[in-house]
Write a protein that binds this ligand. Structure first.
Ligand code: PPS
Length: 295
């Protein structure tokens, strides 16, 4: 495998596309990404980074396979589901992967709704959006930026707390992302789910996903999917835990991709003062939506 085009200790740079920070190689191919041609039978898993994408992808794969666990072992997550705007030269080109994949395709994106390639909505593709409460999402993203060299270094937790709240992270503001997709869900073919609901009642949410995908699964298959997509099982699954990524990209010894997989870990990171500042700011930023979260 060729070396990444940056040196030990360095990170990929990031730039802005319409005010949204994205890794520079993604910005460099932006015209091609924007003009991506979705097909009517594409299924898209869309999330803000660290909201439960990988978990949802594994569930979706097992629903599509009707619980065939061996089939879900055919390749690592990032090969089974092209991540359309992920460009890490020369290792990964999600756009090419998607274009070369036979239909029906299941794709991944973290793009905010306004940057979604228009063909997805024009072709009325089914889209699954998963949202996670901002505090846990922030904590998870912080640890991910520590271990992932294709994203900017997060700095200290105190610094990151500000960076996240001001939306100066890759893929932009959490607040705008979840609100934008929430607004879009009523006009398009979008199933909007929550990480916290999936944690509380996985079988119920898996059933919702199966219905949306158009699969009628029996109870035994649903139970099998619940088991194989539980955090502890996925953490040990080399095809789902991102350990197959080159260490130049993800260094699991800094922080594992499958880190905690819980709701409420923010309480181990936020100080009382930070929590007050956060809540105050959150109220203002979320005043214009009826979207609510469980913390
Ligand atoms: S990414 O890089 O944006 O695709 O990351 P993403 O998959 O969205 O989010 C990673 C977080 O999801 C947790 N995770 C899970 N939680 C519960 N159950 C299962 N099966 C599961 N699989 C992954 C993962 O641990 C990350 O959250 P944190 O809080 O960091 O542990």
């Amino acid at each position: 495998m060729e070396d990444l085009k940056y040196n030990e200790g360095e990170r990929l740079a990031a730039d802005y596309i319409e005010g949204i920070l994205l890794p520079t190689p993604t910005c460099d191919l932006w015209d091609q990404i924007w003009n991506f041609q979705a097909k009517p039978d594409d299924l898209l898993v869309s999330t803000y980074p660290k909201a439960g994408t990988t978990w949802t992808q594994e569930i979706v794969d097992l629903i599509q396979n009707e619980g065939n666990v061996d089939h879900s072992q055919r390749a690592p997550t990032h090969e089974r589901f092209p991540f359309i705007e992920l460009i890490i030269p020369p290792l990964i080109n999600g756009l090419e992967q998607a274009n070369n994949m036979p239909s029906p395709r299941t794709l991944k994106t973290h793009l905010p709704i306004q940057l979604l390639p228009p063909s997805f909505l024009e072709k009325n593709c089914k889209i699954i959006y998963v949202a996670r409460n901002a505090k846990d999402n922030m904590v998870s993203y912080y640890h991910f930026q520590r271990m992932n060299r294709t994203l900017p270094h997060p700095g200290t937790w105190e610094e990151y707390f500000e960076t996240f709240m001001t939306g100066k992270v890759c893929w932009g503001s959490w607040y705008d992302h979840v609100k934008g997709w929430w607004k879009a869900k009523d006009q398009h073919n979008i199933l909007y789910l929550f990480y916290e609901d999936m944690k509380k009642n996985p079988k119920h949410e898996i059933k919702k996903l199966a219905n949306f995908i158009g699969k009628d699964l029996d109870d035994k298959t649903l139970d099998k999917i619940v088991y194989h997509t539980a955090f502890d099982v996925m953490k040990k699954n080399p095809m789902a835990n991102y350990t197959s990524m080159p260490t130049e990209i993800m260094n699991h010894s800094v922080s594992p991709f499958m880190r905690k997989g819980t709701t409420g870990d923010w309480k181990n990171h936020f100080t009382v003062a930070q929590n007050e500042i956060f809540d105050e700011d959150y109220k203002k930023k979320m005043a214009d939506t009826n979207l609510t979260f469980q913390f």
